[in-house]
Design a protein around this ligand. Structure first.
Ligand code: FES
Length: 173
């Protein structure tokens, strides 16, 4: 039983050492692939996902093409843009982002308000969450929001890109 955990070892643990029915809560900590493996295996073993908490060391997605990472976003005259409006601490601001720039709402908002909240910028911590008031977005990763929060309209602004011409979000809700 030495070596890195895999599904086979984990199932052996669950059968002989740690019976899922005897456990109140599960705390998983590690790199993305390992955490996913354990979460999936526990779910297959009948564990309620609300009893499983996890912390990621990394999201292991260095290959993801992020148009706005590492260089400032410049909106040239004549560029097709999308308008992002956001409210934070009772103040509302708007900013344009290039329609094809893949800039996140967080990065766009930070260009005009350096106090916009964020921490991991990787979809893990939930610090950047806001409610989507108007418009549509695509969200790359989400390791922080529960399905109930998604249903209530929350998004992770560090992972969300506008897909409609205008998007409005509220950090205060
Ligand atoms: S800053 Fe951590 S999830 Fe967005």
């Amino acid at each position: 039983m030495s070596g890195r955990l895999d599904a086979e070892r984990l199932n052996t643990f669950l059968e002989y050492l740690v019976r899922p029915g005897d456990v109140d809560e599960w705390f998983i900590c590690g790199p993305f692939e390992l955490v996913q493996l354990v979460r999936d295996t526990l779910e297959e073993a009948g564990v309620d996902r609300h009893r499983v908490r996890f912390e990621l060391f990394t999201t292991d997605r260095p290959d993801r093409p992020e148009g706005s990472v590492g260089r400032p976003v410049v909106v040239d005259e004549g560029d097709a843009v999308r308008k992002i409006t956001f409210t934070l601490d009772g103040l509302t601001a708007s900013i344009n982002t290039p329609a094809h720039g893949r800039e996140t709402i967080l990065n766009a908002a930070l260009r005009v308000r350096p106090d916009v909240p964020f921490a991991c910028a990787g979809g893990v911590c939930g610090t950047c969450r806001a409610t989507l008031v108007d418009g549509t977005v695509s969200m790359d990763e989400n390791y922080a929001l529960e399905p109930e929060e998604l249903e209530r309209g929350y998004i992770l602004t560090c992972q969300s890109h506008p897909t409609s011409d205008e998007v409005t979000v509220n950090y205060d809700s």
